[in-house]
Ligand binder design. Structure first.
Ligand code: ADP
Length: 271
């Protein structure tokens, strides 16, 4: 809240008193904070891959290289362009989510299928330092969900598990049908997906804030790791659109577990 005061005068210009204006500026402050954080993160995050793309293309144009070398450079350019594309997608994603412009295309879908389709794509990202373990029960009911959106939530959480465990370790993806859900969880049948890592972890004071747009934990560990702070806010919005919940548990320097739920497709929606 901000207090403004101004002297009030009558029509002859004599002082008659003071006018107090009490205005709630927290919303404006918050909007300002988001705007400047947005600009600094986006300009930094966009500049890094762009600089690398420009450097490699300049090099390719300036000299003759063997086809093998050329291929390596073009691969780097492609990866950096891909990274840029991802950032732009995330920015468009939050904008669409906030405008309420995201419609789910929901069907009875198999989580097992979505996860196995993902593993091929993810094996490129997971370096030799990480082991990925996937644990899905033999019988799992389908969930009532939008395949692409669920895939995006999984990609965001798995990418984070890799990014924030720079020393490697185990990344475990567990799917459970009869899990103990948090007490405030909506009632009904839900499937729980948990992704745990043995990475840098999150301090208790940061834990509630990681779901905010553009929020990034700022410490020696995270500064070197790139990101826009959008992935988790997108994941949260997508899970909640499905009627599920998402939460995190973490121990600093030990690791984190991110869990989310999706409603089981009942016979009604399976028809
Ligand atoms: P980004 O990774 O682009 O910064 P996210 O929205 O995905 O943005 O995550 C927000 C913040 O939460 C990250 O900057 C990081 O500080 C923290 N975080 C997310 N996932 C993990 C994880 N698995 N381990 C430790 N910290 C994490």
């Amino acid at each position: 809240v901000m207090l403004l005061s101004a002297p009030t005068r009558d029509s002859f210009g004599s002082l008659t008193g003071r006018l107090w204006i009490v205005s709630d500026v927290t919303r404006e402050r918050e909007a300002d904070r988001l705007k400047s954080e947005f600009l600094s993160i986006v300009s930094h995050e966009l500049r890094t891959p762009l600089t690398s793309i420009m450097g490699y293309t300049e090099l390719l144009l300036a000299r003759d290289f063997t086809p093998g070398e050329q291929r390596e450079f073009v691969k780097t350019v492609y990866n950096e362009a891909n990274h840029l594309y991802q950032i732009v997608e995330d920015l468009l994603g939050v904008t669409r989510l906030e405008a309420g412009n995201v419609r789910l295309d929901r069907w009875a879908v198999s989580l097992r299928q979505i996860i196995s389709d993902l593993t091929a794509h993810l094996s490129n990202q997971i370096s030799g330092k990480h082991t990925m373990l996937i644990d899905i029960p033999p019988y799992l009911p389908p969930v009532y969900a939008d395949r692409d959106k669920v895939r995006q939530v999984l990609v965001n959480l798995i990418t984070n598990a890799v990014k924030y465990s720079p020393n490697g370790g185990e990344i475990r993806l567990t799917v459970t049908e009869h899990a103990d859900l948090p007490p405030d969880h909506p009632k009904g049948q839900f499937v729980l997906v948990a992704i745990s890592d043995q990475g840098i972890g999150i301090a208790p004071e940061d834990l509630p804030r990681i779901w905010e747009r553009f929020y990034r934990v700022d410490n020696g560990n995270t500064r070197r790791i790139g990101g826009t702070g959008l992935g988790l806010s997108i994941a949260k919005a997508l899970v909640e659109l499905h009627g599920g919940r998402i939460w995190a548990e973490s121990k600093l320097n030990r690791g984190s577990t991110f869990s989310f739920t999706l409603p089981v497709a009942t016979d009604l929606v399976r028809r």
